[in-house]
Design a protein around this ligand. Structure first.
Ligand SMILES: [Zn+2]
Length: 256
């Protein structure tokens, strides 16, 4: 048992900084110990799995070890609970200097404070994307302005592509829309002749957007991704495999 010398306790008591914290290893777990002017022990497990013990300044190390041994089950339980949780989604950083993609190009974002209530985005010189928002706009409001910019871009481009491809594929699209989708680039409701396109497509090259529009329109001829479907794709858009690979490389896990 680690016997703590009284001098060590005194040093800890009077030391300004460096002896106020310590590290104890207990059955392979590193525990950060912080000494404070408190009367009882406080044990916490952080979402990262890190274990911290806050202890009274004059407590002896063997007491801490006894306490930690009695809490091992709880520590393991807490760590397992945090590890099982999915990681929190990354916070989008929408601030000046951040790089954002638009139409397959990298843009440097400029957040520009404005007085008016209506935010807007425009592409400026030298591959800049100027985001005009109120000075106190939150990250969520900035993100909403950027998403509106992406949506408006797609809403201009998609009807042009549908008009271009309808006489070629010889199908009619009755309705189309843009939405956020987690796992798909697009989808097609064959019965309603309606296609959906992923908002994320605004970040990719115009050729990639065209590939997904053509892909969904070909579903109006063939429901499944079978040989017949691929033959149509080869006929209409011979380079479709390259465009599909380009999309999947940037965002694996998405399907058209
Ligand atoms: Zn498909």
């Amino acid at each position: 048992m680690g016997k703590v010398l009284p001098t060590r306790l005194l040093e800890r008591l009077f030391s300004p900084v460096d002896l106020k914290s310590d590290c104890i290893e207990i059955q392979g777990i590193q525990v950060e110990v912080r000494y404070k002017k408190i009367n009882s022990l406080r044990l916490t497990v952080h979402p990262s799995g890190a274990v911290r013990l806050t202890a009274p300044v004059l407590v002896q190390e063997y007491r801490l070890r006894e306490f930690l041994l009695s809490k091992l089950g709880w520590i393991h339980q807490q760590q397992a609970r945090f590890l099982a949780l999915p990681p929190p989604p990354p916070q989008p950083l929408i601030q000046t200097g951040e790089l954002h993609f638009f139409q397959g190009q990298r843009y440097c974002l400029n957040v520009i404070a404005q007085a008016g209530r209506y935010s807007h985005v425009e592409s400026g010189e030298n591959n800049a994307l100027n985001l005009h928002v109120r000075a106190d706009a939150s990250m969520a409001q900035r993100e909403a302005a950027l998403h509106l910019f992406y949506r408006e871009h797609l809403q201009r481009e998609i009807p042009l592509l549908i008009a271009k491809w309808q006489p070629v594929i010889k199908v009619q699209v009755a309705a189309w829309g843009v939405k956020k989708m987690k796992t798909r680039w697009g989808s097609c409701n064959i019965r309603a002749h309606r296609i959906w396109l992923n908002l994320e497509l605004a970040k990719h090259s115009p050729q990639c957007l065209e590939y997904v529009v053509v892909h969904e329109m070909v579903h109006l001829l063939e429901r499944y991704h079978n040989e017949r479907f691929k033959k149509f794709m080869d006929q209409f858009l011979p380079q479709w495999r390259l465009l599909k690979a380009e999309l999947n490389q940037s965002s694996p896990g998405y399907e058209a």
